[in-house]
Write a protein of this length. Structure first.
Length: 177
């Protein structure tokens, strides 16, 4: 596998002083290992893999254009990886008719996105007078499930972000950056 050298100068910019650059990169393998709860490698768990390609997925950010367009109150919250809509504990935004769930509330993971979807759906139904008879129990259960999912070291950052993004009763936003 070869690596292409790409320079970023525009045609009108004088060329940098190199005449030629030759780069060859070849992946022949990878060593993977388990991590402890603080994301340190656990010695003795290494495994050698014969691979010729490694794909990295990094740099996710919430796709919040539609929320901007609707006029939801937005805020840049680094812990949630970008601009997100402020919301209350039931995931209602600053606009009465808009509830949010998943990566658009902040980058986290699929499991919490799914439970948030249930919580937001339940509360959207309730706001339209379609609350099921066990609304209260379900609402508490979904929130409990989210708390459980976020009960780990890495979620501390996410919880800090959520705290900053939470609208308190009456719509006032009490958290600072
Ligand atoms: C490479 C990668 C690996 C991952 N691995 C894991 C993993 O192992 N475990 C895990 O728990 N999570 C993982 N995640 C995260 C997980 O995929 C997300 O947290 C989850 O999919 C969030 O669900 P969502 O419904 O909020 O968003 P999405 O699944 O992203 O769904 C949003 C949808 O909305 C659509 N959309 C966006 N904007 C618009 C618009 N303006 N108009 C119309 N449609 C629009 C998008 O096309 C998309 O289909 C991974 C994510 C990535 C990128």
């Amino acid at each position: 596998m070869g690596a292409k050298f790409v320079d970023s100068v525009s045609p009108s910019t004088p060329l940098p002083p190199y005449k030629e650059v030759k780069v060859t990169l070849e992946v022949t393998g990878a060593v993977i290992a388990s991590l402890d709860e603080k994301f340190n490698y656990i010695p003795g768990t290494e495994r050698n893999l014969e691979v010729d390609t490694i794909c990295l997925a990094v740099g996710l950010s919430p796709l919040t254009e539609l929320l901007f367009q609707t006029g939801c109150e937005m805020r840049y919250i680094p812990e949630l990886c970008g601009y997100v809509a402020l919301r209350d504990e039931n995931l209602k935004t600053s606009l009465d008719h808009i509830y949010i769930a998943g990566d658009v509330t902040g980058i986290e993971e699929a499991s919490s996105a799914m439970v948030e979807g249930q919580l937001a759906g339940l509360n959207t139904a309730a706001s339209l007078d379609f609350a099921p008879p066990n609304y209260y129990e379900l609402n508490q259960a979904f929130k409990g499930e989210l708390a459980q999912l976020r009960h780990n070291e890495i979620s501390k950052v996410i919880l800090r972000g959520i705290e900053k993004a939470t609208l308190r009763k009456g719509g006032s936003h009490v958290c600072s950056t």
